[in-house]
Design a binder for this molecule. Structure first.
Ligand SMILES: Cc1ncc(COP(=O)(O)O)c(C=O)c1O
Length: 397
């Protein structure tokens, strides 16, 4: 008898890759040779970037760099171990305290990335037989965390609290967690947090808000979308956010009641079985938190840039999405059209990413424009005139 023909995994991957390229969905890496505020140098060209998540312009702040340098020269580069072995340093402890105080939570726990934080919290809390209800446009790591946990994943249409309610009431006896982005990463709109919190309270479900794109930008003192919605720790017991966006660093945290944090330290595998972030990064993170909290002018300047862009884009009839945040997508629909628009902008010296499926649903490819405190009014003017020259379909067409 002939031996069964096992599929060759590398061949299969190569085939899938070729299909992706054919469908104009191929992803390619770009090396940035130098960053200088919103300016990036790549392949010998200087480009004005509208695609970073450095919303408050902190990534190259002198005080962050000094704190990073000081801690690295005193403590070394690596933390040398997981938190629970000997990797947890004073810098981590101080940053956790500052994050808890800022977000109005009892305690916070650092993770090396936001991806790991979401995997960790969902895997630690949920088990087979439980239900995890999520917005359809949630970030991939929330979806992956629910899959990893073994719980039944239900996804409701974007921002539709009534549909979320139906999914929760259909499973009245299962332990339930509802997870949502605070600010949606590819759309820039804010989740209906108060409605979702009211629903979770009524249905005895636990609410998790991923505020990766809200922290630093929204709410009093930049405490995020949950603070902006006036929701307490009791209403949102699971708050996750990252340090790699408005805070200009890298890493993430989960904040909430003390017993949640103690439990995550016992059961969140992406917390337990990994090397703690470098202490110098935590030292820089602490300075970033202090600046983000105290320097309101950064949020005011960002708000002015957002208003300027939206005003100009509306005058040009560009296909704007209903977003008031630093994320301002222009919805083009077709992946090839989005790629062509990004290439044309790049020829004019502007870097704007085309976001295509599977990152966004089929037929909703877009230019994801992000604004920052580091942008001046002249930069936004430059972007608007380049967009005008693209002759995109007008939003009323
Ligand atoms: C909403 C959201 N959650 C989580 C993450 C993951 O965070 P990190 O980049 O720190 O892994 C991202 C983006 O990266 C995000 O946009």
């Amino acid at each position: 008898m002939a031996a069964p023909l096992r599929p060759d995994l590398l061949e299969r991957l190569a085939l899938q890759t070729a299909k992706r390229e054919h469908a104009q969905l191929f992803r390619q890496l770009r090396t940035i040779d130098h960053a200088d505020g919103p300016w990036l140098e790549s392949g010998g060209r200087r480009l004005l970037s509208f695609c970073s998540n450095d919303y408050l312009g902190l990534a190259q702040h002198r005080e962050l760099i000094d704190a990073f340098r000081r801690a690295a020269s005193e403590e070394g580069v690596g933390s040398t171990s997981a938190h629970l072995i000997c990797g947890h340093r004073t810098e981590h402890a101080e940053l956790e305290e500052a994050l808890a105080a800022w977000t109005g939570r009892e305690r916070a726990l650092l993770f090396s990335t936001g991806y790991m934080a979401n995997l960790g919290v969902l895997q630690a809390l949920l088990a087979r037989g439980d239900v995890c209800v999520q917005d359809k446009l949630n970030h991939a790591c929330l979806v992956d965390g629910a899959r990893l946990s073994g719980a039944t994943l239900k996804r409701y249409p974007h921002a539709d609290a009534a549909a979320a309610a139906r999914q929760l009431t259909a499973n009245p006896n299962a332990a339930a967690l509802l997870a949502t982005d605070g600010v949606f990463s590819m759309d820039g709109d804010v989740a209906p947090l108060r409605e979702l919190a009211t629903l979770c309270a009524a249905e005895h479900a636990t609410l998790l808000v991923d505020d990766a794109h809200g922290l630093g930008v929204l709410g009093e003192h930049g405490a995020g979308s949950v603070r902006a919605a006036g929701l307490s720790q009791q209403e949102v017991p699971l708050l996750m956010a990252t340090l790699g966006k408005a805070l200009g660093c890298a890493g993430a945290f989960v904040a909430g009641p003390s017993e949640l944090i103690t439990g995550l330290m016992q059961f969140a595998r992406p917390y337990i079985y990994t090397t703690a972030m470098p202490p110098a990064l935590a030292a820089a993170g602490l300075v970033a938190v202090q600046l983000a909290q105290s320097e309101q002018w950064r949020r005011d300047k960002l708000a002015a840039r957002i208003a300027q862009f939206r005003r100009g884009a509306a005058q040009l009839g560009l296909p704007l999405a209903p977003s008031e945040s630093a994320i301002q997508p222009l919805l083009l629909g077709d992946a090839a059209a989005a790629m062509e628009a990004a290439r044309t902008l790049e020829r004019r010296g502007l870097l704007v990413t085309a976001i295509r499926p599977p990152t966004v649903p089929a037929g909703s490819a877009r230019l994801r424009i992000t604004l920052s405190t580091a942008h001046e009014a002249t930069h936004v003017d430059q972007l608007l005139s380049a967009l005008e020259a693209l002759h995109l379909p007008r939003s009323s067409d």
